[in-house]
Write a protein that binds this ligand. Structure first.
Ligand SMILES: Nc1ncnc2c1ncn2[C@@H]1O[C@H](COP(=O)(O)OP(=O)(O)OP(=O)(O)O)[C@@H](O)[C@H]1O
Ligand SMILES: [Mg+2]
Length: 263
């Protein structure tokens, strides 16, 4: 059973906007502050799982949801939760083929958008967490609808470039639809300008983000840096105390801003 203390945050937007990198660093930043954090990889690509060392995990979020769909009484949720020492947080990994099967099976369910919410509200183990972060895939599909229906907040990283700015409106429409129809409590925690660099394109896009989404856009922006590239790492950038590590500084500042916004 989820209690009121547990905050569920879905991280959602279009392709390659920095969702997984933001999930990893915000999750780790919250864990560094002493919070108990669970990360759920809800994207068949397995990027978040791979970062934490899981490849094609047998015990994965899709399997857990198959059990919920089958109304099995003997689900041992704890078996699906893995601890990651390196980043001091817990993770439920994903699996490419199981996640693809889930997308097809879930469509036939009554209350098809509610399956993840059913899981997170039904089991006591989830109420032990301060934060549950759900890394979504990049499409407007039923799994993202599930994440948004289960969440208290949605975080929207947006590559500060025109190609990512346009589709942002679609993401917001999807969020508003879910809020109006299924989850009135859902709030946009913030839009985050990511991959920021010194180009005119970026400057213009940032200006549009700040002008058109004045209440939603986070003051903290994330620069495009080699340190942010998670592909070859196992530990989140935020663990670096180096003043020269811009990514660490920015994601720590972003975590503080988000905590402020959740007050
Ligand atoms: N600020 C940044 N600077 C440089 N590289 C970054 C930055 N943020 C993310 N990356 C890299 O860019 C790629 C895409 O980022 P990420 O995986 O976080 O985006 P995503 O929105 O999760 O993508 P997808 O839609 O495929 O799930 C990754 O290789 C990541 O390591
Ligand atoms: Mg991703």
């Amino acid at each position: 059973m989820k209690n009121n203390k547990t905050k569920i945050i879905a991280i959602s937007n279009q392709k390659s906007s920095g969702k997984t990198t933001t999930a990893i660093n915000i999750g780790a930043a919250l864990a560094m502050k002493g919070s108990k954090v669970l990360m759920i990889d809800f994207d068949a690509q397995e990027s978040l799982s791979n970062f934490f060392g899981f490849y094609g995990a047998e015990k994965n979020i899709a399997q857990l949801l198959f059990d919920v769909i089958d109304k099995r009484a003997d689900i041992n949720v704890a078996e699906y939760i893995c601890h990651n020492d390196e980043n001091d947080l817990d993770i439920i990994p994903t699996n490419l083929s199981d996640m693809n099967d889930l997308s097809k099976i879930i469509i036939a369910e009554r209350g098809k958008e509610m399956v993840l919410r059913r899981l997170l509200t039904r089991y006591d183990v989830f109420s032990e967490y301060d934060y549950i972060l759900i890394d979504c895939n990049a499409s407007v599909d039923i799994t993202v609808d599930n994440a948004l229906t289960a969440a208290d907040y949605v975080l929207i990283p947006c590559w500060a470039a025109p190609f990512n700015y346009g589709p942002l409106a679609n993401t917001i429409v999807q969020i508003e639809d879910i809020r109006d129809e299924l989850n009135p409590e859902l709030k946009i925690l913030g839009i985050i300008a990511t991959f920021c660099e010194r180009t005119n394109n970026c400057k213009m896009t940032k200006q549009m983000l700040f002008e058109n989404y004045p209440n939603k856009i986070c003051r903290t922006t994330i620069s495009r840096t080699a340190a942010a590239d998670t592909s070859l790492r196992e530990k989140a950038a935020v663990f670096s105390n180096s003043k020269s590590n811009k990514t660490a500084q920015e994601y720590k500042a972003l975590a503080d801003e988000l905590l402020d916004r959740m007050k």
